[in-house]
Design a protein around this ligand. Structure first.
Ligand SMILES: [Fe+2]
Length: 226
């Protein structure tokens, strides 16, 4: 079983054609391309996480057109509560683990934090965990990379896929995510926290020494006045 990730499908959402400059003549053509992009690579036995903004309406018919039935939804701002019944799970955020089969030797498994919205820090980011999100339609990756250099996080929406892969609107596969993100060092190294703790301990030692010195001085004053 492989795990796939995608976001911001916006099936049936006519406005997304102009909003995200998706090059389709009609919303029907758009929907066919997005669903075909999924069914071409995601097998019925695989697992697919949709990180929000599944469709405008008609969740049942769209979910049925996807061959994979191991579907998981992370709620986006365009999703409605009744979409949940077409997914095995539907959550605000999720933490999953992926095997590191294609790249990297840091651990046998790597944690991945999923949400519709991007986070600056996330569970275990200081231990190198990964973060996948949508919502931004591939338009803020440069900004976020400049703010948090080396971050192990990325937009997995279909617009970002189309940017990276010559206009192909398709999901990302687990090995691909690991390969892309584990090459980066992470922006939240655990060493920073250790350094801060050491500095704090040093500060405490200085405080103790200062109090002792004050005590010696007070004692001497007391003795001198006797
Ligand atoms: Fe969206």
């Amino acid at each position: 079983m492989k795990t796939f990730f995608t976001a911001d499908l916006h099936l049936g959402h006519e406005g997304v054609l102009a909003m995200s400059a998706r090059p389709f003549a009609s919303i029907e053509e758009h929907d066919d391309a997005i669903i075909e992009g999924i069914n071409r690579v995601v097998l019925p036995s695989d697992r697919l996480f949709i990180l929000g903004d599944f469709c405008w309406h008609g969740a049942e018919s769209y979910a049925k057109r996807i061959n994979c039935k191991n579907l998981h939804l992370i709620w986006g701002n365009h999703d409605r509560p009744n979409y949940g019944k077409w997914f095995k799970t539907a959550e605000d955020v999720a933490e999953i683990k992926l095997p590191q089969s294609s790249f990297g030797q840091e651990a046998a498994e790597i944690k991945v934090f999923l949400s519709h919205y991007p986070h600056a820090y996330w569970p275990a980011s200081h231990y190198g965990s990964l973060h996948l999100y949508g919502h931004l339609h591939g338009e803020q990756e440069e900004t976020l990379a400049a703010l948090f250099p080396g971050r192990r996080a990325m937009d997995v929406g279909v617009d970002q896929a189309a940017k990276l892969y010559s206009g192909v609107y398709r999901p990302f596969m687990d090995d691909e995510i690991i390969d892309l993100l584990l090459r980066l060092p992470g922006h939240d190294p655990v060493e920073w926290y250790k350094g801060r703790q050491e500095a704090r301990n040093k500060g405490k030692a200085q405080e103790v020494a200062k109090n002792l010195a004050r005590q010696f001085y007070d004692n001497r004053q007391y003795e001198a006045q006797r």
